[in-house]
Design a protein around this ligand. Structure first.
Ligand code: ZN
Length: 242
């Protein structure tokens, strides 16, 4: 099975459409949460995703958009965007977002937004957090998002290694002695200093995971954000990938 793994779409329809086209034919799309928040097209992104054969878990921004997350924990820009999203969501999108679980298991893979220990909030950025995270899922692979930074953490022989993925990278998954936490990076708001949209393709037959980047028309997303009055800080950061 060929699986397209996406995360942190953040209402960026231009980025999502470009990624779906770039990944080519996949049997399933797996989405690691934060479908909405920050960007200008929440309903359109939900509808594109809901129209594919897919699995999805909830992110903190998805919960905020349906009023199930205290905005106190958000920075002022994120909170402003969350309020805007809340007022914009149609009934179908709200129902869809309300239906999302925080954790899903599909075969050897566990899917969460943050970490398997704290699926809505914890960031797996450090070796310490990664080490603890390995105790909270079964099987060899956990897929996480939330940090917007493509990366892989490997547990092997009791040691945890961290690697940030720069550009494209293929990883062999047929390593029976190792377990992995894989982060595809963000479709709609990359934060690793690289503005191109990020995604991951997992091939369960070839036993491989392949990180990829694709350029999308950022200025179109920015224009729509300005039209609807989203904070300028959020508009600008898309161009820098930070
Ligand atoms: Zn996010």
């Amino acid at each position: 099975m060929r699986i397209g793994v996406v995360s942190d779409i953040h209402s960026n329809l231009e980025a999502l459409s470009t990624v779906i086209e770039a990944m080519g034919a996949v049997d399933q799309l797996w989405c690691l949460g934060d479908i909405v928040g920050y960007g200008p097209e929440p309903n359109e992104c939900v509808s594109v995703l809901a129209g594919t054969r897919h699995l999805a878990v909830a992110g903190n921004h998805d919960r905020a958009a349906i009023g199930q997350m205290d905005l106190e924990a958000f920075n002022p820009y994120a909170a402003a965007a969350a309020r805007w999203t809340m007022g914009r969501l149609n009934v179908a999108s709200s129902e869809y977002l309300s239906s999302l679980p925080t954790t899903l298991v599909s075969g050897e893979f566990t899917l969460v937004h943050g970490s398997p220990r704290d699926p809505l909030w914890e960031y797996v950025l450090s070796v310490d957090v990664a080490r603890r995270s390995f105790d909270y899922f079964g099987g060899p692979f956990c897929l996480v998002g939330h940090t917007h930074v493509p990366s892989v953490f490997t547990l092997e022989g009791g040691r945890v290694r961290a690697e940030r993925i720069v550009g494209e990278r293929e990883l062999a998954l047929d390593q029976p002695e190792a377990r992995f936490i894989l982060n595809p990076g963000s479709v709609g708001q990359p934060r690793d200093g690289e503005p191109r949209a990020a995604f991951l393709v997992v091939d369960t037959e070839r036993r491989s995971a392949c990180w990829q980047r694709v350029a999308y028309p950022i200025e179109r997303t920015q224009e729509r954000m300005r039209q609807v009055g989203l904070p300028e800080r959020l508009v600008e950061r898309l161009a820098h990938g930070l």
